[in-house]
Design a protein. Structure first.
Ligand SMILES: Nc1ncnc2c1ncn2[C@@H]1O[C@H](COP(=O)(O)OP(=O)(O)O)[C@@H](O)[C@H]1O
Ligand SMILES: [Mg+2]
Lengths: 255, 493
């Protein structure tokens, strides 16, 4: 489904990604872990098409298409979704209206008819139940004045509404208490099937108790330095990132 | 099922389905010219031209005298230069002051409107066919210097409401006109108001008698069509005790390389417990991407809350014109009266807007509310200029002002000039102002959800302007939201 080869990217003249290789197949869940500043959000942004990042080398194939050649909205249309680490506020724009526009723009991209009010409402009700999300939240301005947990839940709710083929969750667990993590994870699990895939970016092993990954990768200083199964996450939790540092002799490159 | 998920709630109309559809329009949609023969005055301005206009309109002698007095005063005045706008000087001798499409003047029957003009209005989305109107909106249609027809006159007359062109009002209702015309904006008020008083050619008159609530929106649609002409119209609305009217004006003009002058005067009067809600969707031709052409819009709008507990509310959506100079104001004379000003001003390319309001608190317990949303893009300049004045006798006056500016890009300007004069220490005057930019991160967030740049900008600006847009009558809100998006086309991405 997604094949990243030797991906290099920079911002403001600073090289952040230094040769990422990663293949994700349909039906899989991958987790990326790594210390702060290692480039996890950068990878997510580059895949989503944020134009401030310059790709200097490498390629990304997504469902047979050259992902890097597509505009961010086309990537969304192709089925890529990013749950932001820091969701953005848009004052005065109701969350419902935003999501409705998004759903219909994506449908338009795929050559499908726009959902009418009734169809949209039906979809919304269904996903609200799964995500345990309250309607009053959705009638408020997008992310404005939302608590950290509400913002993250809203991200996953949008994912449920858009039904992407491939979703990246960028630290969706940070700032959530254990109940909220369970709700979010539960939502993600319900959306999983053999045709889609998820990339979970996280700091903590905790989330992976609920969203069980098939593979875990450690991103360190712009490279994937170690890959394994979910036991790797447990090991990281126990030993911290220092053991990676020593194994890779790259400690001196990290502040 | 809880229906307010998708039905527009009264205070949340942005959620109406399908409002923010992507509108693909690459140019000003109203820029066409109607090919119709016109009856015109020669270029230039002197007393003879004023006599010509007055004669064309079969005006009584007192009206001509009024005009000449204004003209003589105007000759002694100087064009104001304090606004934050710059433009090539206007040559007042190079303008045609009267131009009327050749058709039967002011036809008694709407069927007699020239078919070409009827088609023009159809194209503008305004039906002059009473049968075809779905919602209750009465229209006075003004082309260049004359009203070509007014709908629903008879139905309104049954309630005692007078809704007609200004020319007709001068002939048919001289006592009302003599009493009120120029009583809010005197002929000596300012340079453009004096010019207007001298040469105004038409406009609308609305009179709502005591205790009557107008059952429909009254509206005037102003269209400039002829070349080299100026449009100078005057609107007067009088709401007698306990009456209510909601009034809307719209305006468009052809695309031309020359600038055309539009200098209007609007006067509103509310007696005890009366209310006027006045909305404007101003979409004069703004000029092209290089700033060539466009309408110079110099307008004086003022209302007086004469009676106790009366209310005047101005709502404006200003997207057009190359220069906008207007300050719809309220004189709060009656005790407990309320003045409101809700404004969205959008400037793009080389447009310049200097707009705002004056709230003059004279009576006790008077309240005013100002909400101004300026959106600037391209190389444009957008200024809010407002005065809140609390006079000595205005005990317990209250004002709240909120002035927000939104910038698209870094070559445009946003400015706020709030003036506050308080002569009574029981007054409470609050002013808040913010300036923000549409963030790349906001646009990217939308993009990531499948929304392209133009739609993203439409969503963001409609969110920004929501509080003002919600004030518009429902019939016009949808169009106005689209207009905001179209005006900013090409400014991002
Ligand atoms: N706009 C930027 N300009 C310069 N450096 C940046 C910018 N954005 C991120 N970085 C740097 O890129 C590195 C990776 O950041 P990020 O991808 O956010 O890490 P992570 O998500 O793993 O914590 C950090 O060193 C960060 O300081
Ligand atoms: Mg991060």
């Amino acid at each position: 489904m997604l094949n990243i080869r030797n991906l290099h990217a920079r911002i403001d003249g600073k090289n952040i990604l230094k040769g990422i290789n990663l293949e994700i197949k349909a039906g899989e869940v991958h987790a990326i872990m790594g210390p702060n500043g290692s480039g996890k959000s950068t990878l997510a942004s580059v895949l989503a098409g944020r134009k401030e990042y310059e790709v200097t080398e490498g390629s990304v194939d997504f469902l047979g298409k050259d992902l890097l050649d597509l505009s961010p909205e086309a990537r969304a249309g192709e089925g890529l979704f990013l749950a932001f680490q820091y969701p953005i506020e848009i004052p005065g724009l109701s969350t419902t209206n935003f999501i409705k526009t998004a759903v219909n723009e994506v449908r338009k991209y795929r050559g499908e008819n726009a959902l009418d009010a009734v169809g949209f409402l039906r979809l919304m009700k269904e996903k609200m139940a799964i995500m345990n999300i309250d309607q009053s939240l959705l009638s408020r301005s997008l992310n404005e004045g939302f608590s950290g947990g509400e913002k993250k839940r809203n991200e996953i709710f949008q994912m449920a509404m858009l039904q992407p083929r491939f979703a990246i969750l960028d630290e969706t667990d940070s700032g959530l208490d254990i109940d909220a993590i369970r709700i979010v994870a539960n939502g993600v699990n319900k959306l999983r099937n053999k045709d889609n895939a998820v990339l979970v970016v996280t700091h903590y092993q905790r989330l992976l108790d609920y969203i069980v990954p098939d593979f875990v990768h450690v991103l360190y200083n712009g490279r994937i330095v170690k890959s394994g199964t979910k036991e790797l996450a447990l090991e990281l939790e126990e030993r911290g990132y220092d053991f990676i540092r020593s194994e890779n002799h790259i400690g001196e490159e990290v502040k | 099922m809880n229906s307010d998920l998708y039905l527009p709630a009264a205070n949340d109309r942005n959620d109406e389905p399908g409002i923010i559809e992507r509108t693909v329009l690459n140019e000003y949609k109203y820029g066409f010219v109607t090919d119709i023969e016109a009856d015109e005055a020669p270029k230039g301005l002197d007393e003879n031209i004023i006599r010509f206009i007055s004669a064309k309109k079969n005006e009584p002698e007192w009206m001509l005298e009024w005009r000449l007095k204004a003209f003589r005063h105007w000759l002694k005045m100087e064009e104001p230069t304090w606004a934050n706008v710059s433009y090539t000087p206007i040559n007042y001798q190079d303008i045609i002051y009267y131009s009327a499409p050749k058709q039967k003047v002011n036809p008694a029957n709407l069927d007699e409107i020239d078919p070409e003009l009827r088609r023009t209005f159809e194209k503008l989305g305004i039906s002059l066919d009473e049968q075809k109107r779905l919602s209750g909106v009465a229209v006075d249609a003004v082309v260049d210097s004359v009203s070509i027809g007014t709908t629903f006159k008879k139905q309104l007359a049954e309630l005692g409401i007078i809704f007609c062109s200004m020319s007709e009002a001068i002939r048919e209702h001289p006592e009302l006109i003599k009493k009120h015309l120029g009583s809010v904006v005197p002929i000596t008020d300012n340079f453009f108001a004096a010019l207007n008083a001298a040469v105004f050619t038409d406009g609308s008159f609305c009179y709502i008698p005591k205790g009557v609530r107008s059952p429909m929106e009254l509206s005037t649609y102003f269209r400039i069509n002829a070349e080299n002409t100026g449009q100078f119209e005057r609107t007067l609305i009088v709401a007698e005790e306990g009456s209510y009217v909601s009034y809307l004006e719209g305006c468009t003009a052809p695309m031309r390389d020359e600038n055309q002058l539009h200098a209007a005067v609007v006067e509103l009067i509310t007696m005890d417990n009366a209310e006027i809600k006045y909305s404007t969707v101003q979409n004069w031709y703004p000029g092209d991407k290089e700033g060539v052409g466009g309408i110079y819009n110099f307008v004086t709008k003022r209302g007086i809350c004469k009676g106790v507990n009366s209310k005047i509310s101005w709502t404006q959506v200003e997207t057009g014109s190359s220069i906008t100079w207007k300050y719809p104001s309220v004189i709060l004379k009656g005790d407990n009266s309320v003045g409101e000003f809700y404004s969205v001003a959008v400037t793009n390319n080389y447009q310049q807007a200097d707009t705002g309001t004056k709230m003059m608190h004279l009576g006790k317990n008077t309240k005013s509310r100002i909400v101004s949303k300026g959106i600037s893009a391209g190389f444009s300049n957008n200024s809010y200029r407002g005065l809140v004045h609390v006079s000595k006798g205005a005990t317990n006056a209250r004002n709240f002002s909120q002035c927000d500016s939104l910038l698209l890009g870094d070559k445009c300007g946003a400015h706020t000039f709030p003036y506050i004069e308080v002569k009574n220490n029981t007054a409470m005057v609050e002013h808040e102002a913010t300036t923000s930019k549409i963030g790349e991160d906001q646009i990217f967030y939308c993009n990531q959800r499948g929304i392209d740049n133009e739609t993203a900008v439409a969503l963001i600006i409609n969110g920004f302007a929501k509080e003002v847009m919600n004030q518009l009558p429902m019939e016009f809100a949808v169009e106005a939201q689209k207009l905001l998006a179209i005006s900013l086309e090409g400014s991002v991405g």
